[in-house]
Design a protein around this ligand. Structure first.
Ligand SMILES: O=C(O)CCC(=O)C(=O)O
Ligand SMILES: [Fe+2]
Length: 367
C-alpha cells in the first residue's frame, strides 16, 4: 500500500463537500457560488469582519518566517520596492498616464495598463531580488516559476469605481477548479501566485488590496465563515509604497474601498499586479497527473494584451529570462508568427508614445 500523502495546508474548508456534491434542494440559498455569494451584507464588502496582518516581513532576512506565514494563511505581506525604485517607476507611470489619458480607463478597474510590452523599465519587477526567492520557495523552486501576466492599475476618488466584490481570481480563467482545490493532497505548491505591490502609500484613506485568510479552498465566504468561526476575518493590506502582498491566486480578495468614506478625504492609489504560475507536473496520491499546472492563462478577450510577452523577453539570450517567459498562450504564438508585428497588438493599454492609429485589436475578434 502506498504511504498516505499528508496535506501541507490544513484550511478547515477543505473538509466541506463542494457545492456540486450537495443536491441543489439541500443547498442553502446563501451558498450561492462565486461573486453573488460573496455579498452577504448589503452595502458592505464581505461581512465587514476586519482583522489585521502582522508588520511586513523582510522577505530575504525573514524568508523562513514569511514562507511559514504564507503556508498557514494563503497570503503574506512583505517589503519589496525601495524609495529609489518607487520614484523611477512612478515617473514612468506618470508618463503613460499623461500620454494615454482616458484611453486606459476600464469599467470596474480604474485605469488598467500593461507595461510589459513597451516599458522595459518594469522588467526588474518580475525578477525582483526581494520577492523572487520567496516566490520560488512557494512554487517549489526557481526552475518552476513562470510569468503569466502583469498589469498596472490606477484609482482616483470619485471618478473610479467603488464596491468591488470579494472573489478568487481563479473564477475568471484559472484552470484549477474548486473541486480540485478542495481535494488535492497535498495542496501545495500552488498553481498560481499573485503579487500586488503598492506604488503609493495605502492607509484608511485609499482603496486597499484585502484578503480573506485561509480561503484558497473555497469561493464562498459564507461557508468559510461557518467553517472558521471566530477565526474568520477580512484583512485590509495597509502599508507604505513598496509594500507587496503575495497571495495564492485562489485566495479570496478584493479591492476594498477606502475606510474613510468622504471622497474629499480619500487618496488615489497605484498598484502593480503580477501573476506567476508553477510549471511542471505534480502527481496525485494515486499517481495521476494533477490538473491545472503550469498551463498558460486563458487570455480574457477584454484584456487581450495582458498575456503578451515582448520579443526581448520571450526569446531572450539570458536562459533565466527565457525560462521565466516561456509560457506562451495562443495569442502569444499568433503574435510570434508575425515576428512581433506592432500592429498585431494595437492596444492603447500597452502602447508607448502618442497614439498613432485606431485600436484595431481589442481581443474581441476571434481570428
Ligand atoms: O486592485 C486591487 O486591490 C485588487 C483588484 C482585483 O482583485 C481584481 O481586479 O481582480
Ligand atoms: Fe482579483
Amino acid at each position: 500500500m502506498s504511504k498516505p500523502i499528508s496535506d501541507n495546508i490544513s484550511d478547515p474548508i477543505s473538509t466541506i463537500p463542494s457545492a456540486d456534491e450537495v443536491p441543489a434542494a439541500e443547498r442553502a440559498a446563501r451558498d450561492k457560488p462565486g461573486r453573488p455569494g460573496n455579498m452577504p451584507v448589503e452595502g458592505v464588502q464581505g461581512f465587514g469582519i476586519i482583522k489585521h496582518h502582522p508588520s511586513p516581513f523582510d522577505p530575504v532576512e525573514q524568508i523562513d518566517e514569511a514562507f511559514a506565514f504564507y503556508e498557514a494563511h494563503g497570503y503574506v505581506v512583505v517589503n519589496q520596492l525601495s524609495d529609489v525604485e518607487l520614484q523611477q517607476l512612478n515617473e514612468v507611470c506618470d508618463e503613460f498616464h499623461n500620454e494615454r489619458g482616458a484611453e486606459i480607463d476600464v469599467p470596474n478597474q480604474g485605469q488598467l495598463f500593461f507595461p510589459l510590452l513597451n516599458y522595459p523599465e518594469f522588467d526588474g519587477t518580475v525578477f525582483h531580488p526581494k520577492t523572487l526567492p520567496l516566490l520560488a520557495r512557494i512554487l517549489g523552486g526557481i526552475e518552476h516559476v513562470r510569468h503569466i501576466e502583469f498589469n498596472y492599475r490606477g484609482w482616483q476618488p470619485e471618478t473610479s469605481d467603488y464596491g468591488m466584490v470579494y472573489h478568487p481570481d481563479d473564477c475568471s480563467g484559472g484552470l484549477l477548479t474548486l473541486d480540485q482545490r478542495q481535494t488535492r493532497r497535498p495542496y501545495g505548491p500552488p498553481d498560481m501566485l499573485s503579487t500586488f505591490t503598492y506604488l503609493t502609500d495605502v492607509d484608511e484613506t485609499a482603496p486597499c488590496f484585502a484578503v480573506v485568510p485561509k480561503s484558497r479552498r473555497t469561493h464562498n465566504i459564507q461557508q468559510l465563515r461557518d467553517a472558521l468561526g471566530d477565526e474568520y476575518g477580512e484583512v485590509p493590506i495597509w502599508g507604505k509604497a513598496g509594500t507587496c502582498c503575495i497571495v495564492d491566486r485562489s485566495t479570496i480578495h478584493t479591492r476594498h474601498d477606502p475606510f474613510v468614506k468622504d471622497p474629499s478625504k480619500q487618496r488615489s492609489r497605484r498598484i502593480l499586479h503580477h501573476v506567476f504560475a508553477r510549471a511542471g507536473e505534480l502527481r496525485n496520491e494515486d499517481g495521476s497527473v494533477r490538473t491545472g499546472n503550469g498551463q498558460p492563462l486563458a487570455v480574457t478577450t477584454w484584456a487581450f494584451s495582458r498575456g503578451l510577452i515582448p520579443k526581448r523577453l520571450a526569446i531572450s539570450d539570458d536562459p533565466a529570462v527565457a525560462r521565466m517567459f516561456s509560457l506562451w498562450p495562443s495569442h502569444q504564438q499568433a503574435w510570434m508568427a508575425t515576428d512581433f508585428d506592432e500592429d498585431f497588438v494595437s492596444d492603447p493599454k500597452s502602447a508607448r508614445g502618442p497614439t498613432t492609429g485606431p485600436y484595431r485589436n481589442d481581443g474581441s475578434k476571434k481570428e
